[in-house]
Write a protein that binds this ligand. Structure first.
Ligand code: MN
Length: 713
């Protein structure tokens, strides 16, 4: 890696030269195109150092060439800041460079948007997990690490406060990730740079002391090296021996941990012995133990039991001459490669041998165990192209308003979050702000979301929450609350819920007459109004349903419940209400849905991600939790947009594919047609989400089809 003292201005020519050494010409061309786009986008922008901004993406890509990363990663590295900082959009990148590169750029941008705020140790661990969970492609992390390395190398031009903040973040977040992924060289450089900017004074003193010590001990070191070489030779073991110096921050760590002064840290020097195979590792170990006595308790066999990041070696410390402890690491060449470049060693060494060399097999196995990923294909190349990091598949990491990170099970909702913060917050929550947007309590949380719970003093748990909370804590607390409700408390809660529902329909509770109540009591064979209210409070009836039924008993023709004919859809939580599928998002069975009560229209069913409903989220009282249920065979309309290459007969091909999926076309409209592409809108009929998926798959297999979107709104 380049000298970190002087950030040199790299040129695109250097990058292309480095990439040309291992990329195919066609792939190199794409990297050059990515460069053109990045160069134009960043034109005129300067870095803090005064250099043109483009120097940064070039440097990041150049770091990646040291690992021989593929052309997609290099292109993405060149483009990594365009979406955030220039007019280039991710759609532009998608159109020009395709899905993989745009996914990589999007992945890096997403990580950039996360802000790490607190200085607590436990928080750092969660933040690292969140980063890894969000970057679903190993290459995203490698780009991000290279980005950080270049920023650290050029940190000099920042103010000292910013230097300290970035250095601290690097040490807390990126250094451990680099270590975990086995990227040893990068890890050391980042670690040293972090140390240097966080503790400039200590760094200066220590490096001076180290330089002096190096001079003093040079003679001893070369004596020891010769002795080691001769001993191995006399045992007929061919080996490469290299002197090895500990890096500054690890010496500093040792001084801190063991409260030593610099002069007391003796094992500054170590040696690395590289031999041809595993048996020779143990032979070399035995041979060296005959030269100097091993220090008891210092021997570690990382060959038999590799470190979790895949590292393998034998470690031993010997009593050297003049009382100097001598640290020895013994490993094979393959182990050495992994020790230096870790997860990146696959790319680095893939061209050097047959496709499934020993290194690759090991990298492969290691990644599998590390990433808990089961590859279906035995092909290592394909494996790595498709590798997705899912280090923490069962968890989702979100921020509290104060920047604390919470880990919740996948599938958790805002209600789970509220109960996780505090039982009282759970009991009084009414809505949530997710990334500053008002959202329903049942919204699923995603990695990196910033979640703020909105509470109201008089609010109490809604029995319907039990339908979707996933954490044991939330479930237990809600159940407990409902169980402890006495009959009259349940009645009070039920009445409040009913009044809310009535007001949402613009009816004042006292406008509901005794006749209406009596009709309802008779219809449902209940004993009293209080019984119905208590049942609402206990979650046995839904407030909106009771409100609607009451209104329908008024005999008023204009009553909303009667205004619409019923559909044949069955939706849990909607009994007795007129149901309409919202024309904006056209939900189909299988879509996550939410009900919105609208005066005069009954219950409108939207998909949970419908943009329309997002706008009316400010009024959470009008929402009802609903779910698909007992579906009869029925067809639903769905709108899809197809972007296809203009070729003769393409429309017919698409229509055939739709028919083959056993779906009918309701309407077709050519939305846009310019030179090469046509945008065609179809309305088709499907049974449910699964049926739609089959249809979409059929369409995707048509070579002319470039993009496919389900239209919602
Ligand atoms: Mn950057």
């Amino acid at each position: 890696m380049a000298d970190s003292e002087t950030p040199s201005s790299v040129t695109s020519a250097e990058l292309f030269k480095a990439a040309a050494e291992y990329l195919r010409p066609a792939d190199l061309e794409q990297v050059q195109q990515a460069y053109q786009v990045a160069e134009r986008a960043h034109a005129g922008q300067l870095r803090k150092s005064g250099e043109p901004y483009i120097i940064h993406p070039i440097s990041v890509a150049l770091i990646l060439t040291e690992w021989h990363l593929d052309h997609q990663a290099l292109s993405a590295a060149l483009l990594h800041d365009t979406v955030e900082d220039t007019v280039v959009t991710s759609a532009d990148i998608h159109t020009q460079f395709g899905q993989s590169i745009s996914d990589l750029v999007e992945g890096v941008s997403k990580l950039d948007r996360l802000e790490f705020q607190t200085e607590q140790q436990a928080q750092a661990e969660n933040f690292r997990k969140m980063l890894l969970a969000m970057a679903r492609d190993v290459r995203v992390i490698l780009i991000k690490l290279a980005d950080r390395l270049h920023n650290m190398r050029t940190l000099k031009s920042m103010g000292s406060q910013k230097q300290r903040r970035i250095a601290r973040e690097t040490l807390d977040i990126y250094v451990p990730i680099a270590n975990r992924l086995g990227l040893h060289k990068l890890y050391q450089e980042l670690d040293d740079l972090g140390f240097r900017y966080l503790f400039p004074h200590r760094h200066a003193v220590l490096s001076k002391a180290l330089r002096a010590a190096r001079g003093n001990r040079r003679e001893i070191v070369s004596k020891i090296q010769t002795a080691l070489e001769q001993r191995l030779q006399s045992f007929d073991i061919e080996a490469q021996i290299k002197g090895r110096e500990k890096h500054l921050s690890s010496i500093y760590q040792k001084m801190l941990e063991k409260s030593l002064s610099f002069s007391q840290v003796q094992d500054i020097y170590g040696f690395r012995v590289i031999v041809s195979d595993i048996p020779r590792c143990y032979l070399a170990l035995g041979a060296l133990h005959t030269l100097y006595k091993p220090i008891p308790g210092k021997f570690k066999d990382y060959i038999a039991i590799p470190k979790t990041n895949g590292y393998q070696s034998l470690h031993t410390t010997l009593f050297g001459p003049f009382g100097t402890p001598v640290e020895i690491q013994i490993r094979t060449q393959d182990m050495h490669k992994i020790a230096e470049s870790g997860v990146a060693s696959h790319w680095l060494y893939k061209s050097s041998a047959s496709p499934l060399s020993e290194v690759q097999k090991k990298t492969h196995q290691w990644l599998q165990s590390l990433l808990e990923y089961q590859s279906e294909s035995g092909d290592a190349i394909e494996f790595l192209e498709h590798i997705k990091v899912d280090l923490f598949p069962d968890a989702v990491y979100v921020f509290t308003p104060k920047g604390t990170i919470k880990s919740l099970p996948r599938g958790s909702t805002a209600v789970d979050f509220a109960y996780d913060v505090h039982t009282d917050i759970g009991h009084h929550c009414v809505a949530a702000k997710i990334n500053d947007q008002l959202m329903s309590l049942r919204t699923l949380l995603s990695n990196g979301d910033r979640v703020e719970v909105i509470t109201e003093e008089g609010a109490s748990p809604n029995p319907a929450w039990l339908n979707y909370v996933v954490t044991a804590k939330a479930r237990a607390k809600i159940r407990h609350y409902l169980r402890t409700l006495r009959q009259d408390d349940a009645k009070v809660l039920g009445e409040r819920l009913l009044n809310q529902a009535l007001r949402a329909l613009n009816i004042e509770p006292n406008e509901v007459g005794t006749a209406q109540w009596d009709a309802l009591i008779k219809q449902d064979r209940c004993h009293s109004r209080d019984e119905i209210l208590a049942e609402i409070g206990l979650g046995k009836r839904l407030n909106f349903v009771v409100a609607r039924t009451l209104l329908s008993k008024s005999g008023d023709e204009s009553s909303p419940a009667l205004a619409e004919g019923r559909t044949t859809i069955t939706i849990r939580g909607s009994e007795g209400m007129a149901i309409q599928l919202a024309p904006c998002c056209r939900p189909i069975p299988g879509d996550p849905i939410i009900g919105l009560v609208k005066k005069g229209q009954g219950l409108l069913i939207h998909t949970q991600d419908c943009p329309t409903i997002r706008r009316s989220r400010s009024d959470p009282e009008k929402w009802i939790d609903v779910a698909w249920e007992n579906l009869q065979a029925q067809l639903y309309e769905v709108a899809i947009k197809v972007l296809a290459l203009n070729r003769r007969g393409v429309l017919a091909t698409i229509a055939t594919a739709i028919a083959e999926a056993q779906s009918n076309i309701d309407s077709v409209a050519i939305a846009k047609a310019d030179g090469a592409y046509s945008e065609i809108n179809f309305t088709v009929q499907v049974r449910d989400r699964q049926h739609l998926a089959v249809l979409m798959q059929n369409l995707r297999e048509i070579p002319e089809v470039v993009r496919l979107t389900r239209l919602q709104n």
